[in-house]
Ligand binder design. Structure first.
Ligand SMILES: [Zn+2]
Length: 274
């Protein structure tokens, strides 16, 4: 085995490492338990809350938080949710109008930026995004990615000894960056699909997230790269837009109306933001 390993050229290791990581990720292997996901989320939650400079948690407007919690609770009642009794599904609002984003740690700690809330046109759009975030936790995308990267490191360590050459280091770094900076294309599509599944049993238009994509298109002309930076953790794409359209057609969902988008209620809510 050692001889085989030595006979593989450094450049081939790059290919092997990337393939191995992809295989691990594709199989959805996860070395963590649900309990680990919650512990990891809790740890991240503490770190976020101890860094008010970067994450100014909105604390003086309980009415804003309870509105978002209300939407989350409606989504969590969907029969497609599996971990409502295992994950805490805590919600925090981050008072930052410059950032158009939301994210969710493993174990279901959800954070929504005021920039995103102001950016969206109706309540169904916010519900669509919250469903998408919940899906990242339910489907355990983060710890699956960590598992894949960890597997690669074990392989690198075992095969290359203590002095991996530059080529291998670059491969390892590349993989890590690609894996952690943003959710993968597949994870994004899967989260969109689950968001639609979850919303189907609620009062909301199931494809609510499409209004987020539409707003990006309206806002994006000329400043596409700036907007892309904002959505780094959930890269938007034409593919995601088309996927929602196609699913709504397949499910025979009629065009949305005011009755399942709730733009007025949402407007009242936005007026309560700082
Ligand atoms: Zn995402």
């Amino acid at each position: 085995m050692k001889r085989i390993i030595r006979s593989i050229r450094p450049r081939d290791w790059v290919v092997i490492v990337v393939l191995y990581g992809t295989l691990f990720a594709a199989c959805g292997v996860n070395i963590y338990s649900d309990k680990d996901d919650v512990a990891l989320g809790q740890q991240l939650d503490e770190e976020i809350k101890s860094n008010p400079q970067q994450y100014p948690i909105l604390r003086d407007r309980p009415v804003v938080k309870s509105y978002v919690v209300g939407i989350v609770n409606k989504i969590l009642q969907s029969p497609a949710i599996e971990k409502r009794n295992i994950y805490p599904y805590n919600v925090e609002i981050i008072a930052d109008d410059e950032t158009i984003n939301a994210f969710c740690t493993p174990g279901g700690y959800i954070y929504v930026y005021t920039g995103l809330i102001k950016f969206l046109p109706n309540e169904a759009a916010l519900a669509g995004i919250l469903g998408h975030e919940i899906a990242h936790a339910e489907r355990r995308h983060a710890t699956k990615r960590i598992t894949a990267a960890y597997g690669v490191q074990i392989l690198l360590g075992a095969a290359l000894g203590q002095n991996p050459s530059t080529v291998e280091q670059i491969a390892a770094n590349l993989f890590t960056n690609l894996g952690f900076l943003k959710n993968s294309r597949d994870d994004e599509l899967e989260s969109d699909n689950y968001s639609m599944k979850y919303l189907r049993s609620t009062e909301y238009y199931p494809g609510g997230i499409i209004f987020f994509f539409e707003r990006i298109n309206q806002a994006g002309k000329g400043t596409a790269s700036e907007l892309e930076k904002l959505f780094l953790t959930h890269p938007p794409s034409q593919e995601r837009y088309d996927n929602v359209q196609k699913t709504m057609q397949e499910w025979g969902i009629p065009q949305p109306t005011q009755k399942n988008l709730f733009p007025d209620r949402y407007g009242d809510f936005k007026a309560k933001l700082p």
